[in-house]
Design a protein around this ligand. Structure first.
Ligand SMILES: [Zn+2]
Length: 113
């Protein structure tokens, strides 16, 4: 049966036990992230490492998520915001709390990365 060897050949390195990969580079998996502008970024992680929920898009800097259909929204706080605009926002307590929550969750996400 010549076909048997051909089929077996395609399975080298793809065995369920992963033993064939030993001695090569550490097993990696690629995780795709999409930003709200539709840029796709593929990042390789060690297979035992946990991929972060979001990844900064290297093209536009916006946060990118793993859900293509629902990328994370662009952050409302611009890095180049003027001081006056910043002060105006802080006058609204509700907005201030929301911004604080947003900033805190980003900090936590980055620390976890
Ligand atoms: Zn982008």
């Amino acid at each position: 049966m010549a076909g048997g060897n051909a089929i077996r050949g395609t399975r080298v390195g793809a065995g369920p036990m992963g033993e064939a990969e030993r001695g090569e580079s550490a097993p990696r998996r690629r995780v795709a992230f999409w930003c709200s502008q539709g840029h796709e970024t593929r990042v390789a992680f060690a297979s035992e490492a946990e991929a972060p929920e979001t990844w900064d898009c290297p093209r536009c800097g916006l946060p990118a998520g793993q859900d293509h259909a629902a990328p994370p929204p662009a952050p409302r706080s611009e890095p180049y915001k003027t001081h006056l605009a910043y002060v105006r926002e802080r006058r609204s307590d509700a907005d201030g709390d929301a911004l604080l929550e947003e900033a805190l969750s980003k900090l936590r996400a980055r620390r976890g990365a």
